[in-house]
Design a protein around this ligand. Structure first.
Ligand code: SF4
Length: 655
């Protein structure tokens, strides 16, 4: 019997209309757990590195994590993996909500799509019955609207539906996959879904998931729930509100946006407004937020309520979460009311709320600089809000200048030329980043931004405070109940970290300490992404309920796999290295691993090189960021070493 997982994947060939239920190899669960780990393995094994993202041979994988569907709180992530049209590397975007547990209850760990459907279709997974159904009547429909229409058509109000909007249908690189209470938005996964001709995947499952040692597992779950309760009573003092608790409910609950509006950049990551926030704005934004936020909502089996249902009069209800509350507002130099209104249209179109506003602000800047012309903007209203709506409509339809902008700022700048490249100034690996530009280089963030394969910094950072506490008293207080540290040395790193002087950024944390910290942060994210646990309860916040010391017991009691901390760390390293190898085989090298030039005002080129060298060495990679043969062999990835050797990547390039 298989525990925690179902032991089956659905393989759907869209070109041939073929559907298979395929038993998976339990050995792969031991080696990679599930989710991102096994997705990387599948992509490595089955998609050659020269396959284009929009090729029928590219795979689109919807995976549950290993613990999804079990009673583990917050284990609800769907990990969507494919080759990204934007970065051209392996893209993996995740969504919470209810979809992944439902798929497990239907009897599958993953749905793997290959080929392309000649017509627009949707897939209906109803336990053992799986159908590919015509979706021509849903063409052009909004993502949220589509989900509702499908539920009505199937007469199955409990079906969980992941759908694309117009943006995905038109292969817009910032297209998302929307799922009611969450979305997989980064790296163009919605564009690949549209390219394959899939409008939506509806799932209904009513089966059980087996646990190897249920009593032990439930006890652990209860401990986590109790810890969440206790932790909520004890916000971390001295950090910004969004980092004081767990998850990210603060954004939808709180109205105090002084920190975001004055520290993040407005426009296309262009301009800071240091004196923006005042009493009048606070009052106005409070009224706006409270008048449209109908209720706070959670993902499956989570008490945190990070999302909110937003009902703006005259337009249909949608779900909003986290920083998307401000992305449209700040990109357009407008106000919160506009942000809530345009986000509804953007959600129906199915676009990434981080990248898309930046693409639109980028277009406005190019127009103001004379690089784009009146002709490019023919018919566009002259006010900011009007311009943003107009641009959004053009981008998702790939009409006129929208056809170029639909490829994101990096590719659009290449196509436009005439100096437009300088305006695409906030990308890493060709992908838009949060518009956060800072003063002094932070060595830990330098490494995370540069080397992270997940693209979005909020999905890489966590665990270690973002800035030092001013007084020793605060630091000592913080470390008192810091049970999550994998090693006591991290407490010392924090105690010695000062705001100014010798032991401050950029030279403290030292190079080696920075590498240790990044490795810890990465470890937790990679484990979460294999287990399907939301980072909001694990890798992202300070002092979370899940950590390296209790995860092995969760895995062992759920699956029956004998897992201890050392074993789990080895799985993390294996998954991290395999994903790196997938991208190395696609051409990723050291030159790609850099933050935007102007991300920090003060840069330290020599230190930055040392940081990269030390990080690569720690990982067992060479100076180009290519895993060495020895490191690969040690991680049971000898087949990867062999492949890289055959391609001349290890032999010729390793130094
Ligand atoms: S912490 Fe928030 S985002 Fe994460 S599962 Fe819970 S409700 Fe969803």
């Amino acid at each position: 019997m298989r525990y925690a997982e179902t032991g089956y994947n659905l393989e759907i060939d869209l070109s041939r209309g073929n559907i298979e239920r395929v038993e998976t190899d339990p050995k792969l669960t031991e080696l990679h757990l599930g989710g991102l780990g096994t997705n990387s393995k599948i992509l490595w094994d089955r998609v050659p590195p020269d396959i284009e993202p929009f090729s029928p041979d590219n795979l689109l994988i919807f995976s549950t994590g290993l613990l999804c569907g079990t009673p583990a709180p917050g284990a609800n992530r769907t990990i969507v993996t494919t080759y990204s049209p934007q970065t051209l590397l392996m893209g993996y975007s995740m969504m919470g909500g209810f979809w992944a547990p439902e798929l497990k209850y239907a009897g599958y760990d993953k749905v793997i799509f290959r080929g392309k459907s000649p017509n627009l279709v949707y897939v209906w997974i109803n336990n053992d019955k799986v159908e590919i159904r015509d979706a021509s009547h849903l063409r052009g429909k909004g993502a949220v609207e589509t989900a509702e229409l499908i539920r009505q058509e199937l007469k199955e109000p409990k079906a969980q539906v992941a759908a694309i909007g117009l943006a995905g249908e038109n292969r817009v690189y910032t297209a998302s996959i929307e799922q009611g209470r969450s979305s997989a938005s980064r790296q163009g996964v919605g564009a690949v879904m549209g390219d394959k001709g899939i409008k939506a995947i509806a799932v209904r499952g009513t089966k059980d998931i087996n646990l190897a040692r249920p009593a032990e597992f439930i006890k652990l779950c209860n401990e986590v729930l109790q810890y969440i309760k206790a932790r909520e009573q004890k916000p971390v003092p001295g950090v910004m509100p969004i980092l004081a608790g767990l998850g990210s409910p603060a954004e939808m609950k709180l109205v105090d946006e002084e920190w975001h509006t004055q520290n993040f950049m407005w426009g296309n990551a262009r301009e800071r407004k240091r004196d923006f926030w005042n009493k009048e704005i606070e009052e106005k934004w409070k009224q706006t937020q409270e008048s449209v936020r109908t209720r706070l909502i959670s993902c499956y089996n989570c008490p945190m309520k990070c999302g909110a249902l937003i009902s703006v009069p005259g337009i249909s209800t949608y779900m909003m979460k986290c920083f998307s509350k401000l992305t449209y507002t700040m990109a357009s130099f407008s106000d919160l009311d506009f942000g809530f209104r345009i986000a509804q249209r953007a959600t129906e179109y199915g676009v990434d709320g981080f990248s898309t506003p930046q693409v639109m602000a980028f277009a406005v800047e190019l127009k103001e600089a004379g690089i784009l012309t009146d002709q490019d903007f023919a018919g566009c209203p002259s006010d900011n809000e009007g311009r943003f709506y107009w641009l959004l409509d053009r981008i998702v339809r790939r009409e006129g200048i929208g056809d170029i902008l639909a490829n994101g700022t990096y590719w659009a700048a290449q196509q436009i030329g005439k100096g437009a490249e300088a305006y695409a100034h906030n990308n890493i690996k060709k992908h838009e980043q949060l518009p956060l530009k800072l003063g002094m280089l932070n060595p830990v963030y330098f490494l995370m931004y540069s080397t992270g394969e997940k693209i979005n910094i909020t999905q890489i950072e966590g665990q270690f405070p973002q800035a030092p506490f001013p007084t020793m008293e605060e630091r000592e207080d913080f470390i008192k109940d810091w049970i999550q540290v994998p090693d006591e040395k991290f407490k010392k790193y924090l105690l010695d970290w000062e705001m100014r002087g010798e032991r401050s950024n950029p030279y403290y944390p030292t190079v080696d300490m920075s590498v240790d910290i990044v490795d810890w942060q990465e470890m937790m994210h990679y484990i979460d992404d294999a287990l399907g646990v939301c980072a909001g309860l694990s890798a992202f916040p300070l002092k979370p309920p899940y950590h390296i010391h209790n995860y092995p017991a969760f895995i062992s009691s759920a699956t029956g796999i004998d897992m201890d901390e050392a074993g789990l760390k080895q799985v993390y390293k294996r998954n991290r290295t395999l994903l790196r190898a997938v991208n190395v085989r696609r051409g990723l090298r050291r030159a790609d691993e850099k933050p935007p030039e102007d991300h920090w005002k003060k840069r330290f080129p020599e230190l930055e090189e040392k940081l990269l060298d030390a990080y690569y060495k720690f990982k067992g990679w060479d100076k180009q960021g290519i895993p060495t043969k020895e490191a690969l062999q040690e991680l049971d990835l000898a087949y990867v070493a062999e492949d890289l050797e055959q391609r001349g990547i290890i032999k010729n390039e390793q130094s």
